[in-house]
Ligand binder design. Structure first.
Ligand SMILES: [Zn+2]
Ligand SMILES: [Zn+2]
Length: 452
């Protein structure tokens, strides 16, 4: 078995795959149509799923982009349907209010949800689908992130950015003719979300070596080749070249499949995503408008690659690392978290209470492992990561922003974000490694000095 040699259709085999990593890999996704004119296959997929009455969800923009055609096609199938269109031209907030609007409007005689849109409509429909126990088809209108076919929704719950696990959609229809007309920021965001995979695979391998965390080489290879194809086609993105858009969409769908296969987000997210999550938390705390996930992730990837370029040359110092953990100011740390995260801080502090990653005994054990395997860790970084300049130029070639200042994030916020990135989930990433080496503060200072 070689996942990397399979087509997307082959990867969707309902039987799944017994892998040499010891896991059985499968996904709930059954249909993925990614091509020019893909929307024409909607009736066949609805028929195949045996649905009798679809519930169509869109907003005003996505109704214009694809929703009205979806409505017409379902009408032509002589199927009854109910349509709910969010009454706004803005991007909706993925929160309780949006889910409430969808639930209040839901017609319980419907037996299938057809979500027409990008990230937010998709996330809201995943929660709706879970609440009403229905299957979902995604008709994508913008290739802005890799959550199309993942088994989680990124939602704001009680003012806090949360990941909520849901069933994965059963079908995705990505019509390249529609996708390539999406706002350019969304195309750039899709690229940003895919370039992150260089880092995520690197950090997955690092944690496998340092912590013995589960890792699957087959899934990693699948992601590498998806990123490679995108990089080759990226220069056409600014001109909305259909092949470039197709490659990005395929990569985003593959990324969702890889996360389903791994049952964790490791194949698709690392430190760069934590920068983005923390930027989102600032936005929520300060009630300011945020940027698209993939745009933030692209900037996070540039920042992260700069950090790794230094880390590759780092000489670990056992005494310094031990002293740093011994002298760590736990009360000061809690105060810092409260200053940074406001009402979210208690969740962050709770994560550390459960994980105990700042515990000196646990730290010492990890440090020994790091010192022992340092040449191997450096080798992994060299194998997996492109240069910062390469990724920056790729993003610039599409017109995407590449610095935090371009999206209104100031230097002190970037410093805080790096410091806190190891706190918001119990996941071992670059900042965890830097903390273990006792150099996280130095790296945070160097990072903001470079932004000057
Ligand atoms: Zn595997
Ligand atoms: Zn992402």
């Amino acid at each position: 078995m070689d996942l990397n040699q399979m087509t997307i259709a082959q990867l969707l085999d309902p039987k799944g795959f017994d892998c040499a990593c010891g896991c059985h890999h499968d996904t709930m996704l059954r249909h993925a149509v990614i091509q020019s004119g893909a929307l024409a296959q909607l009736p066949e997929i609805i028929h195949c799923l045996g649905a009798r009455k679809p519930f169509i969800v869109c907003d005003r923009n996505t109704y214009r982009a694809a929703g009205q055609r979806v409505e017409a096609m379902i009408g032509e199938m002589q199927l009854p349907y109910t349509l709910y269109c969010f009454p706004t031209d803005q991007i909706i907030e993925p929160d309780e209010f949006a889910v409430g609007q969808a639930v209040f409007s839901y017609d319980p005689t419907c037996d299938l949800i057809v979500a027409v849109g990008g990230g937010v409509i998709n996330d809201v429909c995943k929660i709706l689908a879970k609440a009403v126990s229905r299957q979902t088809i995604i008709v994508g209108t913008a290739p802005s992130m890799d959550g199309f076919v993942s088994n989680s929704a990124s939602m704001v719950w009680g003012g806090v950015k949360s990941t909520i696990y849901t069933p994965c959609p059963v079908a995705v229809i990505a019509d390249i003719d529609i996708m390539r007309q999406a706002p350019m920021r969304m195309l750039q965001a899709g690229l940003g979300d895919m370039l992150a995979k260089y880092v995520s695979i690197c950090e997955w391998r690092i944690s496998n070596v340092v912590n013995g965390e589960y890792y699957c080489p087959q899934i990693a290879a699948l992601m590498r080749s998806a990123v490679e194809k995108i990089v080759q086609a990226a220069s056409g993105l600014a001109q909305r070249d259909p092949l470039a858009v197709q490659r990005v969409v395929e990569g985003l769908v593959l990324s969702g499949i890889a996360m389903s296969f791994a049952r964790v987000s490791r194949p698709a997210s690392g430190l760069e995503h934590y920068f983005s999550h923390i930027f989102d938390m600032y936005t929520l705390e300060h009630h300011t408008p945020g940027s698209l996930h993939g745009i933030q992730v692209g900037i996070g990837t540039v920042l992260t690659l700069g950090i790794y370029e230094k880390l590759i040359c780092q000489r670990p110092d056992r005494e310094k690392a031990l002293a740093h953990a011994r002298n760590f100011d736990h009360a000061g740390w809690e105060a810092q978290m409260r200053r940074m995260f406001g009402k979210t801080a208690e969740n962050v502090i709770e994560i550390e209470r459960k994980a105990g990653k700042n515990d000196v005994v646990k730290h010492a054990a990890r440090l020994e492992r790091i010192l022992e395997t340092w040449p191997q860790l450096v080798q992994i970084m060299r194998e997996e990561l492109p240069s910062q300049a390469f990724v920056r130029e790729l993003l610039v070639s599409t017109g995407a922003p590449v610095t935090p200042a371009q999206i209104g994030i100031d230097r002190s916020e970037v410093r805080d974000a790096l410091m806190a990135s190891r706190e918001i989930r119990d996941k071992y990433i670059a900042s965890s490694l830097l903390w273990d080496l006792g150099v996280l503060d130095e790296y945070a200072d160097a990072l903001v000095a470079e932004l000057a």
